[in-house]
Design a protein around this ligand. Structure first.
Ligand code: ATP
Length: 559
């Protein structure tokens, strides 16, 4: 059973210690329902929707829909859907735009900025948005735009380059997908329906690329648009350049940088010269020194003069903005909320644990005191440490697994599937899952090791508190973390989360600030930590030695 889906559809929450029993689905009544009963259910669902109005932006629409559902009890589906398309444009004046931006905390700068949209229906009248696309949005539960969508979509449809920074879990993916798909529909209409690779989305991890492609597939239903995630198998089809791939061209490709570069350098089967819309998702990673040459290489193959460039992330430093400005034409800059703050729905807490042993004690305390409410994600700084913590907690009855870059793609996919459908309660991982991954309903993120930058902290804890839901993040620190923990405290301060914290933390002046050089140093190398284990070293060494996998006899020596 997909507990997250059940939760998001308004299942009731029981107070129970057993997490599996926390989710109950309303029972189905036997027999046919009368029309009146169905209508009553609709109204109830809409009222439930209102309570679960995560983005605070659905408010008036839902209220209006409740009223309409009450009044138009017997209208046909066709009539109702036609009415949906005829709704008046909500934002038509500069004053309304200023008001909306104030309400959303949006800062939008640049030349000739278009008005934001107040509803997805605004796009029908202003941009002739495809009705099928709007239907697909509504079918998937996206009824009102989030603040970033409200600004990005019209700017992109006006064919502008965009630098966008909005909190984790605030809907950036749809913010770039909706205009990309609409632009493809428009281009295809103007070019006698010729299929060409027009949209390219570059992300730092495979998991994220796959997730975005899944999202695209939901939006392009019945649109005759084709999207592909450039995994190993698709890349090898391109490499073989057989007719199969030629005959099934793609409108959109989602990829990681290296996979794409490998393909364009070694084959001529993927032509990037017609790409009109480029997205760098988690752009600040792609503009970091490690990725920069790859990003440059990709840009050099995108030769279409009409190319639109968009960069999106929850954290964009001024350095990244500077780099982006160099490759963009007159971009519109959209910032939602505060740049370095975490999502406001996340309660943040730090715990001093003294040393490594203290961290194990702290995590077991969290389990004992009921704070450990699954689904939970635990982040550590390295593969070794993630495996060590997994071995340590394996027998604590937590239903856990570990996911890191050592696992095969298939293993990674299976673990994620199990976590999403509720078979796993807790995922132990590294920064590989820190960005972009959208697990619905994560209750708690634990930073077992302090992340090495404020950006990494914001993204890691952003796996909870998504789509308007609340979440909690706990960060452990020890005496080794005196410097890196300052990054975390600064984000907590920017997010107004220092209430109840010791005086020295709340007082900005008592925390000597980290210099830029020191921050850079910390990002490059991880804090040196002692190994994780409650088992004394001489015993674990002995266990390792007798393990048959390591050539041992498998037998314990007699005392
Ligand atoms: N307009 C909308 N109405 C309701 N839910 C939405 C809307 N837009 C997006 N969502 C949902 O919000 C969740 C978070 O969206 P998304 O993954 O795009 O966040 P993000 O801003 O890209 O986060 P991150 O910075 O972590 O990558 C998703 O589950 C998505 O389906």
């Amino acid at each position: 059973m997909d507990i997250f889906r059940v939760l998001s559809r308004g299942a009731s929450l029981k107070k129970s210690k057993d997490y599996r029993a926390d989710f109950t689905v309303p029972e189905k009544k036997s027999g046919e329902k009368s029309k009146q009963e169905i209508k009553k259910d609709e109204i109830l669902n809409l009222q439930l929707d209102k309570e679960l109005d995560f983005f605070n932006s659905k408010q008036h629409k839902i209220i209006r829909d409740i009223e309409q559902a009450k009044e138009n009890g017997d209208k046909s589906d066709d009539e109702e859907s036609e009415e949906h398309f005829k709704r008046e444009v909500k934002i038509t004046t500069k004053e309304q735009a200023i008001e909306l931006r104030k309400q959303f905390g949006s800062k939008v700068t640049g030349h000739d900025i278009p008005l934001p949209i107040g509803s997805f229906e605004d796009l029908i009248s202003r941009f002739k948005l495809s009705k099928v696309l709007l239907e697909n949005l509504i079918k998937n539960g996206f009824s009102e735009p989030t603040p970033i969508q409200s600004e990005s979509i019209p700017s992109s449809l006006f064919k502008r380059d965009i630098i966008a920074c909005a909190p984790t879990g605030s809907g950036k993916t749809l913010a770039f997908l909706i205009p990309m798909i609409q632009n493809i529909i428009d281009s295809r209409n103007n070019n006698e329906d010729e299929v060409q690779l027009r949209g390219l989305i570059v992300t730092p991890t495979k998991e994220l690329a796959q997730q975005i492609n899944g999202q695209i597939n939901k939006l392009i239903e019945n649109l005759n648009i084709k999207s592909g995630y450039l995994n190993k198998s698709l890349a090898s089809k391109f490499r073989n350049d057989n007719n199969k791939i030629k005959n099934s061209k793609f409108d959109i490709i989602v990829t990681t940088p290296l996979r794409l570069i490998d393909l364009i350098q070694n084959t001529k089967s993927l032509d990037l010269s017609k790409v009109e819309n480029l997205i760098f998702d988690e752009a600040d990673t792609l503009f970091q020194t490690d990725f920069l040459s790859q990003t440059d290489e990709i840009l050099s193959h995108l030769t279409n003069p009409k190319l639109l460039k968009n960069i999106y992330s929850a954290t964009i430093t001024s350095h990244v903005e500077e780099l982006a400005n160099n490759i963009m034409k007159d971009p519109i800059r959209i910032i939602i909320g505060l740049k370095e703050a975490a999502n406001a729905n996340i309660e943040q807490k730090i715990i001093y644990c003294g040393d490594e042993h203290g961290k194990l004690v702290a995590i077991r305390n969290i389990i004992k005191n009921g704070e450990f409410k699954p689904p939970v994600i635990i982040f550590l700084q390295s593969i070794e440490r993630s495996k060590a913590l997994y071995n340590e907690l394996l027998y604590d009855g937590l239903n856990i697994d570990v996911i890191n870059a050592e696992k095969t793609q298939k293993q990674r996919e299976d673990i994620i599937k199990n976590f999403k459908n509720g078979n796993l309660w807790c995922l132990i991982t590294t920064d590989i899952l820190a960005r972009g991954i959208d697990f619905k309903g994560i209750n708690l993120v634990i930073n077992y090791d302090v992340p090495n930058s404020s950006q990494s902290y914001v993204h890691r804890i952003g796996r909870t508190g998504r789509a308007g839901k609340n979440g909690k993040a706990i960060t452990f620190y020890t005496k080794e973390d005196t410097d890196v923990i300052k990054n975390v405290i600064n984000v907590m301060r920017a997010s107004d989360q220092l209430d109840g914290m010791p005086e020295w933390m709340r007082d900005e002046t008592s925390l000597s600030k980290l210099s830029k050089d020191r921050k850079r140093e910390l990002k490059k190398q991880q804090v040196k930590r002692k190994r994780i284990s409650t088992v004394p070293r001489h015993i674990s060494k002995h266990q390792h030695a007798i393990n048959p996998k390591n050539g041992g006899s498998g037998k314990k020596k007699k005392a």
